[in-house]
Write a protein that binds this ligand. Sequence first.
Ligand code: RIB
Ligand code: CA
Length: 311
Amino acid sequence: MKKIPVWMDCDTGTDDAIAILLAHALEELDLLAISTVCGNTSQENAFRNTHGVVGLTGVDYPVFRGAEKPLLQKLEFATAFHGENGLGNVELPIPEQTVFRAEKAWDALYACAAAHPHELRLVATAPLTNVATAFVKYPELPHLLHSLCLMGGSAGPGNITPAAEFNIYIDPQAAEIVFHSGVKLVMFGLDVTLQEKLVEDDLDELGASGSKAGEFAGACLRCALEGMKRYGINGVSMHDSCPVMYLAHPELFDGEEAGVVVETRGSITNGKTVTDLYSDKQFPFKNALVMLKVDAEAFIRILKKRIVSIE
Ligand code: RIB
Ligand code: CA
């Protein structure tokens, strides 16, 4: 079976960390590299955290550093869910043999896409600053990629504001560039990611699994779980694992083609992904496959099984 080449762009954060471990553990995927961007936490933390998560896999996945701040907007961290260090205040050691690469994320991503013409799947689980920068610097990149599977946006309510989802809200200008780039785009918004979650018993199970990756997952997600409990929700959605799981198990998901536009000037709705899914008035284009359903039981079962399979 030919493995699917994948590049991940993350603001490692706790659910980003789980998504990286999942990409490593899904045998259908060939994780080629990871780039880091500010969002959940600083670029400094995201870059260090990603090296720590890569250390858990035992594979020296290349990690490339990207943007230190959004294109225009002020950066707001999601410390309440990801802790001061971005990993739920769990500190992971960085393997001694780690090679810290100096090439910028967007340059390395372009080189990788050029080496895998029309095959490379880009998975974005963070604000789209790096992706937009790459698309502006290399205008042919959107069509050189096979597709972009992004965790971001929402056809319905937001999370960081009533209108906007965090990844889009932090850099709406970057999102606007990406949504209008012509890339084949699959959008995993809150509409689908909130359908699945790890509950406290799952974290206990992961923690007791005897696998280092499972123990890390069980520990780093506690911070986010406590955050969700303050909203009366006993569980943590693995938002960023949705695009990764889709690449290996598309049968778990269902969605619709839609026109999607990013609000970049609203005072109340800034960062909102406006879709024509539910309106008579249709946009004159369909620029995204918007995922709306997931088989949550199968998603969580496969996720837990893959994480604890990491030796
Ligand atoms: O809104 C959820 C998204 O914001 C996830 O990618 C999470 O990691 C945060 O970045
Ligand atoms: Ca993220």
